[in-house]
Design a protein around this ligand. Structure first.
Ligand code: CP
Length: 315
């Protein structure tokens, strides 16, 4: 029996225990089957309301939170920031209080600034779920990545996971480093020196290695996770050109051959084909990019269910 998921909000992976993470993953495994039924709907969250509040663009996360809520029979409301009163100068806190006055059960928020979900959680009676805050965390992405890895590798403990690319600006990298090291994997990060934080070793848990080049990071890896260049968060030139980036840091078939023969390739999306990942690698049988998207719905169903008071469901 898993320990109950005691947290109402899901603000990051950093403060979760390994038991809590496994509890969410096992619950997601149980919800997964609903997504392949002909009628993809169960009454689990009937009468609950979920608000999606996205201040940054999103295809995967926003759509899958909406689908997750609807498949559990919750009412889902999407707020487009460009057409909300935020565009008229309303503060984030006033927006949070306004939404709270309508008694939602859950607010899912994405923002370009780190810490916004934590602020919102202080002012809101609803459970707050972080759908990505600046370069800080993207907890549901790490959970769906873990679900994909577990499906193909059976367990996470003992795996060698290479995370390659724009580590500095990546909330996906941070959440994954927390999650994977808590569950016993070793993580090797690599990218241009300008895009790997100098003090990286200090703020994450043990089992994190900074590889001097991408080949060293990939050699013998079980999982190769490629990150998008976060142009929107780069305020200066971190590398000369995209072409040079592709040559020195892009995942090609040749580089992937350095990993274990059964290594899998992950990318959180959206991907820039021909830059951080070659098209033939992205479309190969080792690439699980669409599986990640598929498991994203089950993970978000589990997170909404747990955040609104559900008990973890064991495998
Ligand atoms: N992985 C991810 O967060 O994708 P979106 O930006 O499309 O939500």
């Amino acid at each position: 029996m898993n320990k109950p998921f005691r947290r109402r909000d899901l603000l990051g992976i950093r403060n979760l225990s390994a038991e809590e993470i496994i509890g969410i993953l096992d619950t997601a495994e149980n919800f997964r089957e609903i997504n392949s039924r002909e009628i993809k709907k169960v009454p689990t969250l009937r009468g609950k309301t979920v608000i999606n509040l996205f201040f940054e663009a999103s295809t995967r996360t926003r759509t899958s939170f909406e689908l997750a809520a609807k498949r559990l029979s919750a009412d889902a409301v999407n707020i487009s920031v460009s057409s909300s009163s935020l565009s008229k100068g309303e503060t984030l806190i006033d927006t949070a209080l306004t939404l709270d006055a309508m008694s939602p059960d859950c607010i899912v928020v994405r923002h370009s600034s780190a810490g916004v979900p934590h602020q919102l959680a202080k002012f809101s009676k609803a459970a707050v779920i972080n759908a990505g805050d600046g370069a800080n965390e993207h907890p549901t992405q790490a959970l769906l990545d873990a679900m994909t890895i577990r499906e193909h590798k059976k367990m996470i403990k003992g795996l060698q996971v290479a995370i390659i690319g724009d580590i500095l600006h990546s909330r996906v990298a941070r959440s994954n480093i927390h999650l994977l090291t808590k569950l016993g994997a070793t993580v090797r990060v690599s990218g241009p020196r300008t895009l790997v934080p100098n003090d990286f070793q200090h703020f994450v848990e043990k089992n994190l290695l900074v590889a001097t080049n991408i080949e060293k990071a990939i050699e013998g890896a079980d999982v190769v996770m490629i990150l998008r260049i976060q142009k929107e968060r780069q305020d200066s030139a971190f590398f000369p050109t995209l072409r040079e980036y592709a040559i020195h840091y892009g995942l090609t078939q040749e580089r992937l051959n350095l990993a274990k023969p059964n290594a899998i390739v992950l990318h959180p999306g959206p991907m820039n084909r021909g830059i951080e990942i070659a098209s033939d690698v992205a479309d190969s049988s080792r690439s699980l990019i669409l599986d990640q998207v598929k498991y994203g719905v089950a993970v978000r169903m589990a997170v909404l269910y747990l955040a609104t008071g559900g008990m973890p469901i064991g495998e």
